[in-house]
Design a protein around this ligand. Sequence first.
Ligand code: SAM
Ligand code: SF4
Length: 474
Amino acid sequence: MIYDPQIYTIEDKPEVPFISEKEIEVILEGALPEKEVVRNIIAKSLSKKRLSMQETAVLVNATDPGLIEEIKAGARLLKEQVYGKRIVLFAPLYVGNLCVNNCEYCGFRTSNKSQKRTTLTHPELIEEVEMLEEMGQKRLILVYGEHPKYTPEFIADTVKTVYKVKKGNGEIRRVNINAAPLDMEGFKTVLNAGIGTYQVFQESYHRGAYAKYHTGGLKKDYDWRISALDRAQEAGIDDVGIGALFGLYDWRFEVLGLIRHVNHLEAVYNVGPHTISFPRLQRASNVDFDPTWEVSDEDFTRMVAILRLAVPYTGLILTARESAEIRDEVLQFGVSQIDGGTKIEMKAYSEKEKDQDLDAEQFEICDDRSLSEVMDDLIENEYLPSFCTACYRTGRTGEHFMEFSVPGFIKRYCTPNAMLTLAEYLEDYGKNGIKEKGYRLIQKNLIELEDDKFKTRLEERLDRVKQGERDLYF
Ligand code: SAM
Ligand code: SF4
C-alpha cells in the first residue's frame, strides 16, 4: 500500500489527539528495508538531520543482521561525534504510591490490595532527600501515583521542599517530576514551584492496547493523556519528557508513535520533547504478564540505536529497570541520562538495609548498584559522569537541542561543567579509590581541550572546587 499523507495525517493542532493507528500501520507496511535505502537513512542522521516517520520505519523493518549492525554502528558514531562520552546522572524519588488508576502492569494499581500504601510526610521527604544528597545526587525526578491527595499544590510543595534541603555540601539543583496529567492551571502551579522537566509516558500509543491495560480511574482516558504535554506547553512548561512502556504492544508501532509525538510537539509548539524514555515492562506485585509483545534484549538494543538515529537531538533516558549489562551495552548507542543508586520502594533511601519487596514498590528494578558503583563503572569505561544543571539554572532551556545544534556548545559548556560537577562529587563523596580514578579522567579530558585560554580558566575553577568552593559552572 502506498502511503499518502493527504489521506491519513491528522493535522497538528493544540490539544487535538494526533495519533492515527492506520497512518502508522500503513507507514510500517510500506517501509522496505533495502540495503541502499537503509544506508542513506543512516547517512542522513549522521549529517545531523532528524528522520521522518517513513525513514524511521525503514530502520525498524530492517532485520538483516548486517544491516542491524550498521544501524548500531551509525548510532554509536552519532553519539561519539555529537555528544562525546558525557552521561548525566539522576535519581528517582517516590513521593506517594496512592493511586486511583488500575494500570494492569503496575504494582500501585488500585486493585492491588497487597501494596503497602504511603505518602511521604514532610519530615520523611526531607530525610529521603538528605540521604540522596549524602550519596552525591544533584538531580532528582519526583514520582507520584494519581490520587486526589496529589494536587498540583501538593506536588508544588514537595518540589519546593526538596530544593530547600541542604545536607553538608549537598543540595538538589534540579527537580523534575513524573506525575499524572494536570489541567493548565495545575501545570502553571507546578511550573511556578521551579520544576525542570515534566515527564509523562503515553504507555501505549495504540488505542486498543491502551484500553486493554487501563481499565479504571482517570487514566482510562487516552485523549486526556496524549494531550497532557500540549497543556503543559501552553502553561509555559517547554521542557517535557515523553515515553512509551515497551511490552504492551508491538515495539515497532510504539517507536513510530513516539516519533509522531515528537512531530506533533515540534509542529505546534516549535519545540520537541527534551527527553524520550523507553521503559520495558518489569515484574510487579500481583501482575500476570501477557508475553505477546515482550521485547527481547536484542530488539531492545536495536530499538535504542534506531531512536538515537531518528531523533539525534533528543535526550534518551535509560533507567535501572534494565540490568547493568544491558545499560552498559546501550550507553554506547546514545543514551544521555541514567539513574544511579536507584531505590523505588517508599522511604527506601533512608531505611538503609531494606531488601527489595515487590509489595512495597511499583515494579522490580534490575540494576541495584549504588551511585558510587555506577560512577566507578562509568569512569572505568571512560564515560564522563555529569551532575550539571547549568542550562536550566541560567535559563538556557532546551539544552539537548543546543548541545546538538549550536557549534561548540558541548565543548564550551557541557564537558567543562561535567568535569566541575565530577570534581565536586570526588571531593565530597569520592571513596575507595574513585577519587584518583576520577581525577585521572578529568585530566585526560583537560588534555583534549584545544583552546588553551579556556583550559586555563577551567583549571582555575577546578582548583577552586578543590579549595572548597561549590556550584561553579560555565
Ligand atoms: N502515576 C503516574 C503515571 O502513571 O503517569 C506516574 C507514573 S509511574 C509512577 C511511572 C511509570 O512507570 C509509568 O508511566 C509506567 O510507564 C512505568 N511502569 C509502571 N509499571 C511498570 C512496570 N511493571 N514495569 C516497568 N515500568 C512500569
Ligand atoms: Fe497509578 Fe501510574 Fe501505576 Fe498507573 S502507572 S497504577 S497511574 S502509579
